[in-house]
Design a protein around this ligand. Structure first.
Ligand SMILES: C[S@@+](CC[C@H](N)C(=O)[O-])C[C@H]1O[C@@H](n2cnc3c(N)ncnc32)[C@H](O)[C@@H]1O
Length: 495
């Protein structure tokens, strides 16, 4: 790590070595430490933009030619940056980033590298559908290998078995996934209010500030990610050229609620600045975005665990992603006249066109409520044929709120769908807690159990909430039916 700092400063980087140091933290690898008390707004280090490694800063793209780059589809997703990194690393000492590569990990505990037995522990969680190993390997075989073979003058044949293997591809992809930042081109117009580039320590670092950068965050959608990056589909507006490895900035660890430093963009450099004062001896933390354990595990290979205010342990950012298709069988079973699969499909297709949601996210932070779009979806699937025609004509989705006219079916469908999700997990939550109390559990298994227990905890609590609502609605409807009480209205449910 001393070599990393020497290299960094020799390349124009600046480090305040009086305040900022590197240290090993048990279970977290390397991280940053305050060597002295540091005030808020203090610049810990600065990285020239030219020292970041991206498809913009690497010479390969120019040598390869823009048109060829595009024809091999290296301009989409992360395959181009992975190839740049393979190429730079193959040059060993001749690469400007040689010492930087030497500091990067080659071993990862992300599920991309797990065997089948380890992956089986994640069954039922949202991680399984997002690992994207085969998508990554498709990119390797269909983009990178043909590109490499087309230019033996750039990718020397004797280097292929060492620097351009599938294993190296996965390692580079995982380095990007766990360490890259989104570094957009400098846009003076977007930064006018920044007082000509002078940092404003009091700025809202959590806001949508164009001058602040954070490790690559990706949409929490349910597509397989692989090492593809966000822009695989090419239509989400993200520029893969913005994805950059940022030496030194990527040495900071992150933990829920602990962030005390953040990377800010300047015209010629990026600066790591403290966002609160830090006492000597304390760790300096960045933020990786507010991520649930499923995403922390998938991208970074670790999880965050805390005592939760309502009891139990977990990550307050945990979520459950409920795929719409878990409600299909319950609807067929529950709908009054037994809905045909075709009718159901028609409504689901329309839902997808109108709302785009094929997954419903239940967030622990939001009080574990049934997600409003899920209510709208269940109500849509249960509309009578006449109301369905009306909804489509308008076009208007059902309100995302339980109404007094809703019969028990809406809650029944939601409850049965969630129960099906719960049944997908390999064990009940009690078994998970028991397993977690064992001291010698292998790290990957422990992390998988923490992820699945977190998701189960949310599902169980929401199911409990749905159960309470079902009960109170049954009681209300019984009351309404009692003679002499015709004027009473069903009490509005809590929701
Ligand atoms: C951006 S790097 C940080 C530097 C890294 N610790 C190292 O030794 O190079 C991100 C990696 O650090 C580790 N990490 C970061 N925060 C952590 C935490 N709260 N608990 C455990 N590991 C953590 C994970 O391995 C993650 O993939």
């Amino acid at each position: 790590m001393d070599q990393l700092i020497s290299w960094f400063t020799s390349q124009g980087g600046a480090v305040d070595i009086e305040h900022f140091g590197l240290a090993e933290f048990p279970g977290q690898g390397w991280g940053a430490i305050a060597l002295k008390d540091i005030p808020e707004g203090h610049v810990l280090f600065a990285i020239p933009r030219t020292l970041t490694l991206s498809t913009r800063s690497c010479a390969l793209l120019d040598l390869f030619g823009n048109n060829s780059w595009t024809s091999f589809q290296l301009h989409e997703g992360w395959a181009g940056l992975i190839l740049c990194m393979m190429w730079e690393e193959s040059m060993v000492e001749k690469s400007k980033w040689f010492q930087y590569f030497a500091s990067l990990p080659s071993h990862f505990d992300t599920p991309m590298f797990w065997n089948d037995e380890e992956l089986a522990e994640l069954r039922g969680t949202s991680v399984v559908g997002k690992i994207g190993r085969s998508e990554a390997e498709n990119d390797y075989y269909n983009k990178v290998v043909p590109a490499v073979k087309s230019r033996p003058d750039l990718f020397f044949p004797e280097h292929l078995d060492r620097w351009y293997t599938l294993e190296r591809y996965h390692i580079m992809g995982s380095r990007i996934l766990s360490r890259s930042f989104q570094v957009e081109k400098w846009d003076p117009a977007a930064n006018d209010e920044e007082d000509d580039g002078v940092l404003q320590p009091e700025m809202d670092v959590d806001g949508d500030d164009p001058t602040s950068a954070e490790p690559n965050e990706k949409d929490n959608d349910d597509v397989a990610e692989g090492h593809g990056g966000d822009s695989d589909d090419g239509d989400d507006g993200d520029d893969p050229g913005d994805v950059a490895m940022v030496p030194m900035a990527d040495i900071l660890n992150a933990r829920f609620g602990c962030n005390n430093a953040r990377l800010f963009h300047e015209q010629l450099e990026l600066r790591m600045v403290t966002t609160e004062s830090i006492l000597a001896g304390n760790q300096i933390w960045n933020t990786y975005g507010e991520l649930p354990n499923s995403e922390l595990l998938r991208r970074y290979g670790h999880v965050d665990v805390f005592d939760l205010p309502g009891g139990g342990q977990g990550n307050p950012e945990d979520v459950v992603e409920v795929p719409a298709n878990v409600f299909v069988s319950p609807i067929i079973d529950i709908s009054p006249k037994g809905m045909s699969v075709e009718t159901l499909q028609e409504r689901i297709d329309w839902w997808l066109e109108e709302s785009g949601d094929d997954t419903f996210v239940i967030e622990a932070q939001k009080g574990l409520e049934i997600s409003p779009p899920l209510i709208s979806f269940a109500r849509l699937l249960l509309l009578s044929p006449k109301d369905w025609e009306r909804a489509r004509e308008k076009p208007k989705l059902p309100k995302p709120k339980l109404s007094e006219e809703d019969g028990p079916a809406v809650l029944d469908v939601i409850s049965q769908g969630l129960q099906r999700m719960l049944d997908e997990f390999p064990s009940p939550i009690e078994t998970d807690w028991e397993l977690l109390s064992k001291p010698d559990l292998p790290l990957r298994k422990r992390n998988a159990i923490i992820v699945r227990a977190g998701e189960k905890r949310i599902l169980l609590e929401v199911l409990n909430e749905v159960g309470q609502l079902q009960k109170s609605r049954t009681t209300e409807s019984k009351k309404r039916k009692q003679p002499g009480q015709t004027g009473s209205r069903a009490k509005k449910s809590k929701r």
